[in-house]
Design a protein. Structure first.
Length: 205
């Protein structure tokens, strides 16, 4: 009986060690990933557990050529990424562009002031997107009459057999894009002063 108890205890210890060592890679990321842009908890909500994970961010250009990108990749080849750009879009044009590419996917929208947010999804696919008006530093004078904006799109890839997809990821994917937009707004030195809420209004079911 004693040897059986010891065997069971060792088995439990090995299992606990496996869980701690081999499935907690995302929790070992910095509290703020992608150069301090995004809360780690959002990444944990989107990507399945993995032995290890790494994140990276890249900034390029300035003014109208400004871009900022972020990527988180796990040892199981799941990935979450977002890209920020300055684009010559009005909010109406941005929305119309998404409506053209919707197909049979469900689209949900929310907004806060001049920040527009949406997600597109079906059972196998989901993206989050953000639009926020921004006249970048050094923009030519014609921008006084032409709208431009920071636009962000987030994408996720989870190998077959992974965890939540589609509707379950619509909110966290858009929250991920929103945190990137909020971070990049200051980096892009947008002319308009803007107070960002801590989070966007939630999508309605």
């Amino acid at each position: 009986m004693l040897s059986l108890a010891i065997f069971c205890a060792l088995g439990l210890a090995c299992w606990f060690g496996y869980v701690q060592i081999f499935t907690k890679g995302l929790e070992r990321l910095p509290a703020k990933v992608c150069g301090g842009a995004v809360d780690r908890e959002l990444v944990v909500r989107v990507l399945p557990s993995a032995r290890s994970a790494e994140d990276g961010a890249r900034r390029r250009g300035s003014g109208e050529r400004f871009t900022f990108s972020c990527r988180v990749v796990t040892s199981d080849e799941a990935s979450l990424q977002g890209r920020v750009q300055i684009r010559p879009f009005s909010a109406a044009e941005w929305l119309a562009d998404y409506e053209k590419s919707t197909g049979d996917r469900t689209v949900v929208r929310t907004s806060a002031g001049e920040v527009e947010a949406l997600a597109q999804y079906d059972k196998d696919y989901v993206t989050g997107a953000i639009y926020v008006r921004c006249t970048p530093r050094g923009a030519p004078s014609y921008h006084d009459s032409k709208e431009s904006a920071i636009v962000v799109e987030s994408e996720v890839y989870v190998p077959e057999g992974g965890e939540a997809t589609g509707a379950e990821l619509a909110q966290p994917m858009t929250d991920f894009a929103y945190q990137l937009a909020r971070h990049a707004y200051g980096m892009a030195e947008c002319a308009q002063a803007r107070d960002f809420p801590a989070e966007l209004p939630r999508f309605r079911s």
